[in-house]
Design a protein around this ligand. Structure first.
Ligand code: GLN
Length: 476
């Protein structure tokens, strides 16, 4: 196990190591490994070294700095970074250099984090494997023949390989938790509104949320501290103070009630994943947690509701890529309508087009009530399922994914099979609540299995404490 970022920050503060030294060790390893892993779309070693030099100079001069100043981080390439291109792994934005930083990026910079690069994803965050990236497929660091999951596959692969062990992703239907599970690292989707979405390129605005990847729950809590909080630039961000998530890790979880929904342990769940998750449940029991059976009866409708609401919002959000303001513009068109059509035909990949068409269809007159409205009703029922379940328990535990990492190419010709890898994650986004995936064992081939813990809205303190206790016990 690599040194945690929190521990590394301690060494930085004590001046046992400098930010520049950390980068000089990290960057060559990162560049070498990235040739096979293909986790990064863009690397920015010059900017990173310059930033590190500044931080070291300020620290030597005795300036009071954030405790995290000098820690390197990788960012999913959907987060706007001023002066660094932000592609969303799409031809549409291949050369787009944002004129501003996303709020999370601003906060990271204020705290002295050093951005080493932008990580690969499924185009516009639509997918579960990074195979939908317009550039290349990221490899799973555990087995290069397999996908790292998606859509934040680059961030998950980089984090799991320690390149560096801190990255950010975004999660609309599972895009942080699923790749974290498949690569064997920690991935947290915070409560909707906990983290500002300003400067996150929108996929489905009512579902999108930014969150951390880390190797330890402690590092994820630290990163959540940095990125959380109200932002006047995001009307959906939650006002009020943010608890100290790192401090919340103290204490035990004895007496906590854990709900086990039978709907998430049935058909479609790989037996080896089930057995590892069951061992994880035993670990929680050994820590004094009480297991209770709960029901989430509308779970089976989650995927359908998610793929209607998500695509409807995507069709609207992606209307802005018309060749006028953002990104690619097709050459040789006779008029503006032809230009927009050609631009979109050239700029978007097959999955993005599929989603835009599906979303436009479910929103169209005549079908709106039958599809979109019905999906919204299911969304309410799913939210109520969780509210009812949380009457009987503090947290809910499920597998993060039905299978371990699949082979590259295995599901590309069957979008539905791909969509089913989100079975246990999409309902959390539909309900707007929080969930974390933590490593909980390996299958017979050595591929990581993830355990998902779900909390009520703004329950991150207890969620992280439980995950932290689990991780310590699991690794002991
Ligand atoms: N895999 C899901 C999808 O394809 C989730 C994506 C995400 O969370 N961004 O939509």
């Amino acid at each position: 196990m690599l040194e945690s970022a929190v521990a590394l920050a301690g060494r930085l503060q004590r001046r046992e190591v400098s930010a520049t030294e950390i980068l000089k060790d990290l960057l060559p390893r990162l560049e070498a490994r990235n040739r096979d892993l293909q986790a990064y779309v863009t690397l920015c070693p010059e900017q990173a070294l310059e930033q590190a030099g500044e931080i070291d100079a300020r620290r030597s001069a005795g300036e009071p700095l954030s405790p995290w100043a000098g820690l390197p981080i990788g960012l999913k390439d959907v987060l706007c970074t001023r002066g660094i291109r932000t592609t969303c792994s799409s031809k549409m934005l291949e050369n787009f250099v944002p004129p501003y930083d996303a709020t999370v990026v601003k906060r990271l910079k204020e705290q002295g984090f050093i951005i080493v690069g932008k990580t690969n994803l499924d185009e516009f965050a639509m997918g579960s494997s990074t195979e939908n990236s317009a550039f290349f497929t990221t490899r799973n660091p555990v087995d290069p023949e397999r996908v790292p999951g998606g859509s934040s596959g680059g961030s998950a692969a980089a984090c799991a390989a320690g390149l560096p062990p801190l990255t950010l992703g975004s999660d609309t239907g599972g895009s942080i938790r699923q790749p974290a599970a498949l690569c064997g690292c920690v991935g947290l989707k915070p409560t909707y509104g906990r983290v500002s979405r300003y400067g996150l390129v929108a996929f489905a605005s009512s579902l999108d949320q930014i969150g951390p990847f880390a190797q330890t729950v402690e590092d994820a809590a630290m990163l959540l501290n940095v990125i959380s909080g109200h932002d006047p630039m995001d009307g959906t961000s939650i006002p009020g103070p943010v608890p100290d998530y790192l401090a919340a890790l103290n204490g035990d979880i004895c007496g906590l009630k854990i709900g086990l929904p039978s709907e998430c342990f049935g058909e479609g769940l790989d037996p080896e994943v089930r057995s590892e998750v069951e061992k994880g449940i035993k670990t929680l029991e050994s820590l004094g947690c009480e297991m209770v059976e709960v029901r989430l009866p509308h779970t089976d409708y989650g995927i359908a509701a998610y793929y209607f609401i998500g695509t409807a919002e995507a069709s609207s959000n992606l209307a802005r890529y018309d060749g006028v303001t953002f990104g690619h513009r097709a050459a040789g068109a006779g008029d503006i309508v032809e230009m927009a059509g050609k631009t979109r035909a050239e700029g978007f990949g097959a999955e993005v087009k599929r989603r835009i068409m599906l979303g436009t269809y479910v929103l169209s007159a005549g079908f709106y009530d039958a599809y979109y409205l019905k999906a919204q009703r299911i969304r309410t029922l799913i939210k109520r399922d969780f509210e009812n379940a949380f009457q009987a328990c503090d947290l809910i535990v499920t597998p993060t994914t039905p299978t371990t990492a699949f082979r590259i190419g295995e599901k590309t010709s069957d979008p539905l099979a791909m969509y089913l890898s989100d079975t246990y994650t999409t309902t959390v986004n539909l309900a707007g609540i929080a969930a974390i995936s933590i490593p909980c064992g390996k299958d017979a081939q050595g591929l990581p299995v993830g355990l998902q813990i779900i909390s009520p809205a703004l329950g991150e303190e207890q969620l992280l404490r439980a995950a932290h206790c689990f991780q310590l016990a699991h690794e002991a």
